[in-house]
Design a protein around this ligand. Structure first.
Ligand code: FES
Length: 152
């Protein structure tokens, strides 16, 4: 009888330990999700020789995004332009509510299709609801590859 009681006591203790360890592991997974902010990286946009001279070029770049447990890829559009000897890159994301602006060559301006916001070629707001200019993106020429690279 005492062997049976001793066995039951050990069995219950082992079961309790197993359940406790499982709950602790589960709590650890829930309380500390894998949040690793994707750092900014230089990304290839296009070869320098392929940049059109007369209008901003819309480079579509794929960006990895991590949000807690979710890893997704999303596309980011950056307008690349040459001003004198300098290169300029502007995010295509409208500063109002985040739609992608488009370049309108006939009006020489960026126009947002959502609420009609207009920006000049440097990204300054001309009219409409956008509260601020288009966001400037860092750009460089990779001398080794002759590629224009933007930092996203
Ligand atoms: S999102 Fe561009 S004007 Fe509203």
């Amino acid at each position: 009888m005492s062997d049976r009681r001793s066995f039951l006591t050990k069995f219950v203790a082992a079961g309790g330990t197993f359940i406790g360890a499982s709950l602790a592991g589960l709590a650890g997974l829930i309380l500390s999700p894998r949040v690793t902010a994707a750092g900014r990286k230089w990304r290839k946009a296009l070869p320098v020789a392929e940049l059109p001279a007369s209008l901003p070029f819309a480079a579509v770049l794929t960006e990895r995004h991590e949000d807690g447990w979710y890893r997704t890829k999303r596309q980011k559009v950056v307008f690349i332009d040459k001003v004198g000897d300098e290169y300029r890159a502007l995010s295509a994301t409208c500063s109002h509510l985040g739609c992608n602006v488009k370049w309108e060559a006939t009006n020489n301006q960026f126009k947002c299709p959502c609420h009609g916001g207009c920006y000049d070629r440097s990204g300054k707001v001309l009219s409409g609801p956008p509260p601020r200019a288009l966001t400037a993106v860092s750009i460089r020429v990779n001398a080794t590859t002759s590629q224009l690279e933007v930092e996203l």
